[in-house]
Design a protein around this ligand. Structure first.
Ligand SMILES: [Zn+2]
Length: 461
């Protein structure tokens, strides 16, 4: 038996994950063979990897040309000419990887690779749109990484039981139409035809843009993925935060995507003459609201954990240099993986606001603007990510995603899991966003292995 044939079995963590061999041998026969320990490349003795890191780097570099900014990074807003051009490139790439292309009514791109059994789809991918003056890694890594996984499987003539699909979700960042995770939101059935008449700054509606993308907006809801259609969804993504880089851990196992709650608060005092009103007789809404801002920070910092709380802006009225502000408006946003913690923090914040109101003779009222429940990653997928990383000798860290993700939406219709790779200095949504080619290759190889692990583990009766 030659090396190639001897290598036909690949195991990860002692589990048979795939039968790799020249395709003329009957697959079922090969799969009956006993399971050897971790496969190591015969030539070098090092752990054998499947994805081609140079090829992956090449596709990421090519993608970075679409919407490139002089200061580095890209501006590639969802539903734009630049996005359209990048999509063309990506569709060609997917076709050349042998994928069968389907574009749904929201503009999400799917590329399918057939499986050997009649099973639900194992879906993986990310998004290629960016924020204004964004970087080259957010979304791009998981999109090109997903296609590289398919190319690596083609190289190794790997067959899977489940059909595999790579997806490129549309308008994840939501810079256009103010609707983030738009494509995945439609696919998950959370957004429908009510969004079609939203207008952008040029006066074009989402329906107009869908037509430009070759879609029929009246069929938007056809993009909904029916229940049971997906065996699971996997997303490889940059962390966009500091934890992996700081601890020099190459792979993050995402426990879930944090939930958030947003309130709009209005503090009412009394607008009066800045010269003639004595300091002890003022009802200064801006001064009181400023204390509220600091109270939010103190309460959130007082507990251990990764919860975050932010006051993003403040508006004071009447807004004159010689008038004591009578009104101040500010939002409060809290995020955590645990809804109960968000509630607990909010109760404490409100108690502090009441106290400050009393001291400053003002009144503060807050109304809930928006609420997003946390999305938990599937335990079985988290385990598969740990096993895959371990099989490569890569350390892992469990952590939540503090950023909004397409995975959050898809978690509502399928088991979901995310693989994070480090972001240098935790910087993202910036031209300075950076992940090393090695970290990206590690992430793609882990994705490759997780796909095969899940293909083996899921839907066994
Ligand atoms: Zn992203």
């Amino acid at each position: 038996m030659n090396t190639d044939r001897r290598n036909f079995l690949q195991t990860i963590g002692g589990t048979l994950v795939a039968c790799r061999s020249a395709s003329f041998l009957p697959l079922a026969l090969l799969c009956l063979a006993t399971v050897p320990p971790l496969s190591r490349s015969q030539e070098t003795g090092s752990l054998k990897t499947h994805v081609n890191s140079q090829r992956l780097q090449g596709t990421l570099e090519k993608l970075s040309e679409f919407g490139r900014n002089p200061e580095g990074g890209v501006t590639r807003i969802g539903y734009s000419e630049t996005d359209m051009a990048a999509r063309k490139y990506v569709i060609e790439l997917m076709k050349s990887a042998g994928l069968e292309i389907r574009i749904d009514a929201a503009g999400n791109i799917f590329g399918r690779r057939a499986g050997s059994e009649k099973l639900p789809i194992l879906l993986f991918g990310s998004h290629i749109d960016s924020v204004m003056h964004g970087g080259n890694f957010d979304g791009d890594v998981g999109s090109m990484g997903g296609i590289e996984v398919i190319r690596a499987m083609n190289d190794g003539k790997v067959k899977t039981r489940h059909p595999l699909e790579v997806v490129i979700w549309t308008n994840e960042e939501g810079n256009h139409f103010g609707l983030g995770t738009l494509g995945s939101g439609v696919a998950a059935g959370l957004l429908g035809s009510e969004i079609l008449e939203r207008k952008d700054e040029q006066g074009l509606t989402l329906a107009d843009w869908l037509r430009r993308y070759g879609q029929d907006p009246s069929h938007l809801t056809d993009a909904r993925i029916p229940p049971g259609a997906l065996a699971g969804f996997l997303e490889l993504h940059i962390e966009q935060g500091p934890y992996l880089d700081e601890k020099k851990v190459p792979i993050g196992v995402v426990q879930g995507i944090v939930g958030l709650k947003r309130w709009k608060c209005l503090t009412t005092g009394f607008a009066n003459h800045a010269g003639t009103t004595p300091m002890n007789r003022r009802r200064d809404a801006l001064a009181a609201a400023s204390e509220d801002v600091l109270a939010v920070r103190e309460v959130v910092r007082a507990e251990t954990g990764r919860q975050v709380g932010t006051v993003g802006y403040m508006k004071a009225e009447p807004g004159a240099i010689n008038v004591i502000p009578g009104r101040a408006e500010f939002p409060v946003e809290l995020r955590d993986l645990d809804t109960a913690k968000i509630e607990r923090l909010w109760e404490r914040i409100q108690a502090r606001f009441k106290q400050i109101d009393k001291e400053e003779s003002v009144e503060t009222h807050c109304e809930l603007l928006e609420e997003n429940a946390p999305a938990r990653s599937e335990a079985a997928i988290q385990n598969a990510i740990r096993d895959a990383a371990e099989s490569l000798g890569l350390a892992t860290m469990d952590l939540p995603s503090a950023a909004v993700q397409d995975s959050q939406q898809i978690a509502k219709i399928a088991p979901m899991g995310m693989i994070f790779v480090p972001s240098r200095d935790g910087i993202s949504h910036s031209p300075k966003e950076f992940s090393s080619w090695q970290d990206i290759a590690n992430g793609a190889e882990v994705l490759y292995r997780v796909v095969l692990l899940l293909d083996d583990r899921l839907n066994r009766n």
